[in-house]
Design a protein around this ligand. Sequence first.
Ligand code: FES
Ligand SMILES: [Fe+2]
Length: 460
Amino acid sequence: MLTEEQNELLCRVGPGTPMGELMRRYWVPSLLSWELPEADCPPVTIKLLGEELVAFRQTDGHVGIVGARCAHRRAHLFWGRNEENGLRCVYHGWKFDCEGACVDMPSEPEESNFKDKVRIPAYPTYEVGGVIWCFMGPAEKKPAPPLFAWTQVPATHRSMSKVIQESNWLQALEGGIDSSHTNFLHGGLPPGQKHDESTAMGRARNRALSPLVEVVPTDYGFSYAGIRPVGDEGNYVRAYHWIMPWHSYLPGGGGNGGHMWVPMDDENTMVYNRSAVFDDPPEEETDSRRSLGGGEGFGPPTPQTGDLPLWLRDANRPQGFGNNFGQDLDPHTFRSFRNSDNRYKIDRQVQKTETFTGIEGGNTQDRAIQESMGAIADRTLERLGTTDRAIINARRALLKAVKTVQDGGEPPGVQPTYYKLRAYETVLPNGVHWFEALKEKLFMRGPRVAELVTDKTAKS
Ligand code: FES
Ligand SMILES: [Fe+2]
């Protein structure tokens, strides 16, 4: 439960709000590289942290992200002409470069120097991992580039899609770090009965409906685990990362999934859905190749489908993550065709006989239920349980980070200590603490530890 003030503080992200100021200390995922496929291609309109912006790829390939409105009389620059390293407003021809400077003003007398005094907002950009990022904070606070591990693998080893969620960003984040809902929301019937019973992991996921959630605070946010007993065999551990303020890593299929929940404004969030396979040491290569669908790999997403990576298309994969991965959406607006207007195409018969929700696709299930909480959930009325531990910790960390920035300090997750993270899942013997045991896996640092998996079925 939060007070009304705390809830407001965490959910409002516009310029000048405390949370907005915190978020402006990080690189903001802004759009996917393929949205601007070539130099001088048409600009696209985006919304970040309550600000309307336009992104365009210049003649030299660099991406500019500028305020959406022309400085002259506020025409929208989406209609503009992208020409010779600048965006020209089609109303009276004023032209702006990627730094927001007005570089041409043909509607004024030639001898006028008025253009030198005119600017529009502009944010520095960085492009890596198939994503264009921008920094909306004070220039002197710009962090090291966002070189997450998944940005460093070849394009054939990662995939990213995005879809709009019509709710505040915090609901989306909280759903993403809530490891207990998967048994239910994403479950079959009865809840959870959908995983392969021949593996310890599958049995644990099917049967343990109340995972023990443990959180280990770190300098970038926290690492946390959902721990499910497998009888005498030990514990099935799903270990994740949350990186301030909007990144997650989750394990699966020899690779890693994850999300970024980027506020468009207070009531809309762009949800980025990611998968990646890291370069594994030789002994794990077989697993990764299998996950990639026999070594075929998968290409970058396409505008039409968001492209479902092969390892997520695998019929044996649990439905909870990845199915409906960016599919079925309008490639221009990024709104899913399964949305609140058509009740996410819920099938009550399927709900009666096959799945817990009757809604198809894990991401659609998440979106449906998180949007149902209201545009901004009223957290003064909620009743949190033991499995909400990660959520409680995230709120606490965010509130603290807001205060840190207000006091002139540097929030967690700005320093690049997150570069080598990955999530991991395995079965550990009883009595072994997951964080100690999995450190080398979770941080991809140092010498490899001895094989930790005692139940070999856990790796297949
Ligand atoms: S409104 Fe853009 S040039 Fe006049
Ligand atoms: Fe979910």
